[in-house]
Ligand binder design. Structure first.
Ligand code: SAH
Length: 399
């Protein structure tokens, strides 16, 4: 398929600064006019007000992010070869699959790998893709070819069922896409644990690969401790704690199907059934109730969903983080550890740390910061795209 780059997006004067710093987004408000008639996903040239071309990107007529840049070289050709090179480079950067069980990694991390809007996770021999922007939607078949060629995986499943697609004027879609259909549950190996991933119905692509390094960290902190895995999903942090010698792990989540998988994961790894339990409840209410009942833990992991979806939700989201951290701190025994996360990209690391400090004050607990955590190394952050660093975690000790 040939692509016309005849369409040009002309920026308003002074609105070329972020592009000159290789930030890959053009917002609608920065655009003076568009010449040509680009369709959704078509390649356009982005031009400064002085007539200097700044790069090539995918046009998205329905989104506030009107253009996502493929390249800052205006002479590049955006075609199947360009995409195959970007895909192959990202895949190669994750290294070769580890021995000792089905390997799971994020292979394509969207803008951070030069492929705006494209997320691809590998679970064993199966790939799961989320196509979240108009540009990769336009090139999806070429991308599928490149993914299968670069990885040698047997199948590709699509989970483009995220609401962000609606902002791009794209409908949601999910299902088997290429090659061998994925089984109901795909088994992976992480830090020596066997884990089942529901790539069809699970959250996102099925599993939160971004927490791999932090789950290993928790394994190293857990020996002998009674652990609360709050917002536990399919058990990842709690099972890691058990592998690290925890006395007991409680997985708390509001999702029944997620906890059912946490149960199966516990059994799969042969942990004594007396060492873990699952509680299906709202975390905010349950932690309050436990405090009233005098229940305590030695290590609490707090890994809530994104509380800040947009800038206007920042104050409300901050209150949510403060409340849940305060409730957790009240449940910790002296010397206990809080491992607390925020995956809200709009909440900066410094502010998150302040919120946790405030939560400790309100809980009346003296708190030490022991370590800072972030997303695993298969989730690289493009340095010119700070939005890519969304996950932050703190390891804290109460006295
Ligand atoms: N820690 C997990 C990922 C957590 S994702 C891992 O390492 O795999 C966030 C989880 O919070 C989801 O499983 C979701 O079902 C759960 N959740 C969302 N709101 C909740 C609430 N109010 N109370 C309890 N769990 C909630």
């Amino acid at each position: 398929m040939t692509v016309s780059t005849a369409a040009v997006v002309h920026l308003k004067p002074g609105r070329d600064k972020s592009l000159k710093r290789w930030h890959p987004w053009v917002f609608s408000g920065a655009i003076a006019r568009v010449t040509g008639t680009p369709n959704s996903g078509d390649t356009v040239t982005v031009m400064g007000a002085n007539g200097v071309p700044l790069g090539l990107g995918a046009y998205s007529p329905h989104s506030q992010i009107r253009v996502r840049l493929w390249t800052f070289d205006p002479h590049q050709e955006i075609d199947a070869d360009f995409l195959a090179t970007a895909v192959a480079d990202a895949v190669a950067s994750r290294g070769v699959p580890e021995e000792g069980g089905p390997w799971a990694r994020r292979l394509i991390n969207a803008e951070n790998d030069g492929l705006p809007g494209l997320i691809v996770d590998r679970y064993g021999d199966h790939l799961v893709a989320q196509i979240l922007a108009a540009g990769c939607e336009r090139w999806k078949e070429e991308i599928a070819d490149a993914l299968l060629a670069a990885t040698g995986c047997v199948g590709l499943h699509e989970r483009s069922d995220a609401d962000v697609r609606l902002k791009e004027g794209l409908s949601v879609r999910s299902g088997h896409w290429r090659g061998v259909e994925a089984p109901e549950l795909v088994e992976i190996r992480e830090n020596g644990l066997r884990l089942l991933v529901d790539v069809r119905q699970g959250h996102k692509t099925g599993f939160y690969l971004d927490q791999r390094a932090s789950r290993a960290r928790v394994a190293g902190l857990a020996n002998g401790r009674e652990v609360l895995n709050c917002f536990g999903y399919t058990g990842g942090f709690g099972l890691s704690a058990l592998a690290g010698g925890a006395a007991h792990a409680t997985h708390l989540d509001s999702s029944g199907p997620s906890l059912a998988l946490a149960e199966r994961n516990g059994e799969l790894n042969g942990f004594d059934r007396a060492r873990w339990s699952c509680v299906e409840a709202d975390a905010f209410a349950k932690l309050r109730q436990w405090h009233q009942e005098g229940r305590t833990f030695d290590l609490i992991v707090l890994d809530p969903p994104k509380f800040v979806e947009s800038r206007q939700h920042l104050p409300r989201g901050c209150r949510g983080y403060k409340d849940i951290n305060m409730q957790a701190l009240k449940l910790l025994r002296p010397g206990g550890l809080l491992v607390t996360f925020s995956c809200s990209g709009l909440l900066e690391a410094d502010l998150f740390q302040k919120i946790v400090a405030d939560a400790a004050l309100d809980a009346g607990r003296r708190l030490q910061l022991v370590d800072r955590l972030g997303q695993a190394d298969d989730h690289p952050v493009l340095m010119s795209f700070p939005e890519g660093a969304y996950l932050k975690g703190l390891v804290c000790r109460v006295q």
